[in-house]
Design a protein around this ligand. Structure first.
Ligand code: RET
Length: 251
């Protein structure tokens, strides 16, 4: 028997259209990365696999949100209703480890470093999601702090460990461009969460959705494109290693 009433959470036009447009742009971005990776072999191909999945996972999750499925309504302690875009966290749970894996692989990090990064990142997303589902404001801020603690751990590993690995590999300059793009964009997410409807509510939902969409597109498609373009440096680095030449300052 069908339930008596199925309600879909309501959000404004700006949110609705942004979710639809971003679904299409993510799928287009994924297609662009597929075409960019044609003919890739060896390590560049591993990067291609990781980079291509990211926008397609996001496209599916944006579609889920646009259709109202990836969103749920919760009741806060004071009785107010709050929308939780859970599909965002499902997206990030898959895509942020892939992005970090991509960056760490580029730097030539070992398995332990990659596992630490991925572990901290998953911890960050899961605790952020618990915060978004919490009913009391204080609890939400506590989870924000816990999640931000894990984020600082991610930043520590990215700066302290990956940089040294990339230098040893002779890809320091390409690595620092990718790292700065990643870190610059990622730092905006916790701030937006804090000022948006999940936190202080100073930024309205429509604006938050637009800013998340712009960040997600740049952090996924923009970063992926730049990384795939930088795989030439990896070929140069392996060629140098096989001829025994030392990396130069230009690497
Ligand atoms: C949350 C919750 C509050 C605290 C912190 C967060 C961090 C989120 C980040 C998300 C990055 C997403 C990316 C997506 C796609 O490309 C979960 C908002 C620290 C860093 C890069």
């Amino acid at each position: 028997m069908l339930p008596a009433q199925i309600t879909t959470p309501q959000f404004g036009d700006l949110t609705y259209w942004t979710l639809w447009v971003t679904t299409v742009l993510m799928a287009a971005g994924g297609t662009l990365l597929v075409s960019k990776s044609r003919g890739f072999v060896g390590e560049a191909r591993e990067h291609a696999v990781a980079s291509v999945f990211v926008p397609f996972v996001a496209a599916a999750m944006y579609l889920a949100m646009a259709l109202g499925y990836g969103v749920t309504d919760i009741q806060l302690l004071g009785g107010d209703e709050q929308l939780v875009f859970w599909a965002r966290y499902a997206d990030w749970l898959v895509t942020t480890p892939l992005l970090l894996f991509d960056l760490a692989l580029f730097a030539g990090a070992d398995r332990e470093t990659i596992a630490t990064l991925v572990g901290l990142d998953v911890y960050m997303i899961v605790t952020g999601a618990i915060g978004a589902f919490s009913k009391a404001p204080t609890e939400r801020y506590i989870w924000w702090l816990v999640s931000t603690g894990a984020f600082l751990g991610v930043l520590y590993v990215v700066f302290a460990r990956l940089g040294a690995d990339a230098s040893a590999r002779g890809v320091a300059s390409e690595f620092s461009t990718l790292r700065n793009l990643l870190v610059g964009l990622w730092c905006v997410y916790p701030v937006l969460w804090l000022v948006g409807p999940e936190g202080l509510g100073v930024v309205p939902l429509g604006v938050e959705t637009v800013v998340y969409a712009a960040l997600d597109l740049t952090a996924k498609v923009g970063f992926g494109y730049l990384l795939l373009r930088s795989t030439d440096a990896l070929d140069a680095s392996s060629a140098r290693q096989s001829t025994g030449a030392a990396p130069t300052g230009d690497d």
